[in-house]
Design a protein around this ligand. Structure first.
Ligand code: TYM
Length: 332
């Protein structure tokens, strides 16, 4: 079976609707057709200042949310990045193959340092995409389900794989980004031309999956639309309405044209009510499952320990091969 790998950062208490529709939903669907590896990337989460107690909590919360979303430890490998030391080890090696200029062109780094300037950023934030490449390349990954914002990092990953293979011999599989066009970018409810983001969105612009569903419903009701009346998908003229249609279409699995027909003669209020209902219907059982999973710490620890064992078996073999290709003398 082809391999899938993806990761998510434990940098907030709750995942948001963009994380779910852009990535996690695909992770769940791919479990049966792929040999799937999914990772809570705690090493990535320390690239910006963090609080240790919170990171501990958020890592467990992230794992619980992924299980609540439908990851099944019998059908996929779910693990925590820092449990598999090979990620850091390969990252160093790939860093030595990455051009300084090449890394400087990563738009996410530029975005994240825009406000405070690069002087205030850590070297870890700068080399973050190299660690991401290591995550992916350790597992001979075929497909990487992510949102649109990760596309450039995937390009770097592919370049690094090809570069290594050219210089040192065929070692890495060259992965592909798996990006679902319809949900690749879910937008901020208050600023529907910018992506929904845990770091940049205002509280009212973001739907957090673990929030009280009443709060989420209220945020949807106060989402920014436009001065028109027609419920129509048009990202240029109607970014707010289009975003709501995208969300509703994804959650109800009805196509956008079908929804446009259904709202002919109806108003934005009807659309918002239905989006709110669909979100509440999704998050209500999701939250219950997440909180139940967190109660049973022993089971959760067991799932992550088994996941790390399975991941390590694959990763250590790949790293051994990499060391050999590079000319590192093996420890006897
Ligand atoms: P992270 O933790 O920021 O986000 C997790 C996933 O959610 C997607 N996403 C969105 N999709 C649609 N609309 C949005 N508004 C939206 N916001 C976030 C992201 O694209 C991502 O797929 N660098 C990665 C984590 C990572 C990784 C990896 C991913 C580390 N190693 C290896 C894949 C493979 C990140 O920061 O995602």
């Amino acid at each position: 079976r082809p391999r899938v790998f993806s990761g998510i950062q434990p940098t907030a208490d709750s995942f948001h609707l963009g994380n779910y529709l852009g990535a996690i939903r695909q992770w769940v669907e791919m479990q049966d057709t792929y040999d799937a590896f999914y990772c809570v990337v705690d090493l990535h989460a320390i690239t910006v200042g963090h609080d240790p107690n919170r990171l501990r909590e958020r890592t467990l919360l992230a794992a619980a949310q992924l299980l609540a979303a439908g990851l099944d430890p019998e059908r996929c490998t779910l693990f925590v990045q820092s449990h598999v030391a090979e990620h850091s080890q390969l990252s160093w090696i790939l860093g030595c193959l990455t051009g300084f200029g090449e890394a400087s062109r990563m738009t996410q780094f530029k975005d994240k340092t825009q406000r405070q300037g690069v002087e205030a950023a850590t070297v870890g934030l700068f080399t973050y995409p190299v660690l991401m490449a290591a995550d992916i390349l350790l597992y001979d990954t075929d497909q990487v389900p992510v949102g649109e914002d990760q596309r450039q990092h995937l390009e770097l990953t592919r370049d690094l794989a090809q570069r290594f293979n050219n210089r040192f011999g065929e070692t890495f599989r060259v992965p592909e980004a798996y990006i679902i066009k319809e949900t690749a970018k879910i937008y901020d409810l208050q600023e529907p031309r910018v992506k929904m983001s845990k770091s940049a969105s205002s509280p009212n612009g973001i739907i957090e999956l673990l929030d009280d569903p009443k709060v989420s419903a209220k945020r949807i009701r106060s989402a920014v639309t436009d001065s028109g009346r027609e419920v129509r998908f048009d990202e240029e003229e109607k970014p707010g309405v289009s975003n709501l249609l995208t969300i509703l279409s994804a959650l109800t699995r009805r196509s956008i044209p079908e929804l446009e027909d259904a709202y002919a003669g109806k108003g934005y209020g009807d659309l918002k009510r239905d989006v709110a209902d669909a979100v509440v219907e999704f998050v209500t059982p999701f939250r219950e499952r997440t909180f139940a999973l967190l109660e049973d710490r022993e089971t959760l620890d067991g799932i992550l320990a088994r996941g790390a064992d399975r991941a390590r078996a694959v990763a250590s073999e790949k790293l051994r091969q990499v060391h050999d290709r590079l000319g590192f003398v093996p420890a006897k």
